[in-house]
Design a protein around this ligand. Sequence first.
Ligand code: ADP
Length: 324
Amino acid sequence: IKKIAVFTSGGDSPGMNAAIRSVVRTCAYLKVECLAIYRGYQGMIEGDFVPMDARSVNNIINKGGTILKSARCDEFRTKEGRQKAYDQLVAADVDAFVVIGGDGSFRGAQIFNEEFGFPVMGIPGTIDNDIFGTRFTLGFDTALNTVVEAIDKIRDTASSHNRLFFVEVMGRDVGHIALNAGVGAGAEEVLIPELDLGLERLLESLKRSKKSGKSSSIVVVAEGDKTGKNVFELKEYVESHLPIYDVRVSVLGHMQRGGSPSCFDRVLASRMGVKAVETLLEGKSNLMVGIIDNEIVLTPISEAIKGHTKIDHELIRVSDIMTT
Ligand code: ADP
């Protein structure tokens, strides 16, 4: 392998730039050529490439988003689209690629690998932490810090007015952000897709806390929560069943995906980038780099896209105890 391409794809996350930097610098260190692809698979199909050297990635480790831009690309879902992408890579003498993205991007990489025997490596970049084979995805830690900071601010205004806030956080169909940020921000209750606590329990918990003298409350709700009600419906439900609260809703939204990456995400990205390039040079392919028990580990992409890292039941217990 003499030339490796790197790109970001799907939803962006903080830490992607640190991963790009790591891949580029590792290539330079190991004297392998490196090419960046703009706009994910779309740019691959269009041949939107630029050569990278160690200096191309100066001053990006601290930046949120991705300097290479990200995109969703329907054409890559077709055989013809992938053929075009392959032809572009061959024309540019690219021997392998590193994709930084989520499970959709990995699925695309896997199909591409199967069709053309092209070596691919994945680095998990998503704030949702919803990929199997890694305890942490890039951007998750930063997003948690962002969410906790936001909830701290909401708490200030909640307690000034004796209000109950439902705060909706991202996470698609997993509750990692909700549970961790809920514990970190001292939420009254956390509603996650993995565990249907039921609305009765929520009412009981809110009644209890009001009785015990709490003046305000924060309930963190994962976007994929399974109560069957979104945050606005939850507000109505609680207001009609428990008229003792003045209820407000805050949907944090895309601010959770932005911002300068935390030190944890920068370090993780740096480690993952090194491992991705080294693994390709060892002749391996179709693997995702992850971190488990603070070891950098490899998981077949086919497995990584099958499931999620399981929610931490010990943390659910801690959350329960803390809301007593
Ligand atoms: P993420 O990587 O964040 O999960 P997406 O699910 O949008 O984001 O996937 C990113 C891109 O990966 C898609 O726009 C598409 O180009 C490619 N992709 C996703 N799934 C497939 C698939 N089954 N076959 C081919 N390409 C795919």
